[in-house]
Design a protein around this ligand. Structure first.
Ligand SMILES: [Cu+2]
Length: 132
């Protein structure tokens, strides 16, 4: 008797729980258009031995992504050598292939970036005051 009564109760709970998941899924889907507000991205490719582009101007809060080659390449890194006051320092790991490093640049000004393994390998980024 007890077991029989317990069974319908259990399944009712199960249905409610399922409904809850369905509601959560709907909310998550509705939140998707917010992605349009994601910060813009700029990609810098890493080659032997240079960054491409080696100079760029971006709006404030742009995410800069450095991408290493997928096939073959020498070891390179990305180190922030000179920065505007208040900007956080950054220095990537040394890598050769299939690596990615990204930083959101939130402070306007001039960023000078170097590869510590190749003296000639450097780049400049100017971050504008205007927000992206
Ligand atoms: Cu390098």
């Amino acid at each position: 008797m007890r077991t029989r009564r317990a069974t319908p109760r259990w399944s009712t709970k199960g249905v409610r729980a399922f409904a809850g998941i369905a509601v959560a899924a709907t909310v998550a889907t509705a939140a998707l258009p917010a992605q349009a507000d994601d910060p813009p991205r700029k990609v810098v490719r890493i080659y032997d031995n240079f960054y491409s582009p080696d100079e760029m101007k971006v709006k404030r809060d742009t995410v800069v992504v450095w991408k290493w080659p997928n096939d073959t390449g020498d070891v390179h890194d990305v180190k922030l050598k000179e920065k505007p006051k208040g900007a956080k320092r950054f220095w990537s790991d040394p890598a050769s292939v299939g690596y990615k490093f990204k930083r959101k640049l939130t402070v306007p000004g001039k960023y000078h970036i170097i590869c510590t393994l190749h003296e000639e390998m450097e780049m400049d980024i100017t971050v504008r005051k205007r927000r992206a």
